[in-house]
Design a protein around this ligand. Structure first.
Ligand SMILES: *Cc1c(COP(=O)(O)O)cnc(C)c1O
Length: 231
């Protein structure tokens, strides 16, 4: 089931790449395993998937620990409170949701010396909801410059989670704003290579707009059954 779903998602990505004149190797697939047990991750790994995204830190650390014998890459894609930065710095390979310097500084200070740098994407609030996570687009460049200077972090790119759009072109319009910001920060001399956007419902629009990494959960693992109560 998971293997077939993964295949279907890979086919969707390949088609979207072909339509956009992009190479399939330009878009990585992050399998979002939040709420699913370690068994499901293992099944996806057996089908060739290596990179997994998790939102709830405690839940993630349990899975990471159980599966530490496998060569998996773990991405934190959920909001991070200050009191959770140490767990994130110790257990994850990537963080997609940095939107404040204070969190970045703590992650850098707490990254264990024996591990490589923690790979970072800045979350940008591209569609401007006032209650949403993410740095305002106009503040993203300044934050990128500050994070790029932190010793134990490697700034890789931007991430966004726009509100679901009503149609393809509406989704593309919002994703394209993220893409333009990504290009502008690169043009300023910061070498970003990752634009993390697109989920099960809108990965085609994200790929058409320049995404280099789609984060796909339900299309691989099925519908999630328990609510996101654990942080
Ligand atoms: C849950 C989640 C996803 C995956 O969502 P699906 O709609 O299940 O593909 C992607 N990104 C983030 C940040 C998420 O929280």
């Amino acid at each position: 089931m998971i293997a077939e779903n993964l295949q279907r998602v890979q086919t969707r990505i390949a088609k979207a790449c072909a339509q956009a004149g992009r190479s399939t190797t330009d878009v990585a697939l992050l399998a979002v395993s939040k709420t699913f047990a370690a068994d499901a991750v293992q099944e996806a790994f057996a089908a060739g998937q290596h990179a997994f995204g998790e939102n709830y830190i405690q839940e993630a650390v349990e899975k990471i620990t159980v599966l530490r014998h496998l060569p998996l890459q773990w991405h934190c894609i959920g909001p991070i409170q200050s009191n959770k930065t140490r767990l994130v710095a110790e257990h994850f390979d990537w963080v997609h949701t940095v939107d404040r310097l204070k969190i970045a500084q703590r992650l850098s200070e707490q990254r264990p010396a024996q591990r490589g740098r923690l790979q970072i994407c800045i979350q940008v609030n591209v569609d401007g909801g006032t209650t949403k996570s993410g740095v305002a687009p106009e503040d993203a460049l300044a934050l990128a410059q500050q994070i790029a200077a932190l010793p134990r972090l490697q700034l890789r790119g931007l991430m966004c989670i726009p509100e679901p759009a009503t149609d393809f072109s509406g989704a593309c319009a919002v994703f394209t704003r993220a893409r333009q910001l990504f290009d502008a920060i690169r043009a300023s001399g910061i070498p970003l290579d990752t634009l993390s956007m697109g989920m099960s419902a809108d990965l085609e629009a994200a790929v058409a707009s320049g995404s280099t990494q789609v984060r796909v959960g339900s299309a691989i693992f099925g519908e999630r059954t328990y609510p996101p109560s654990r942080a």
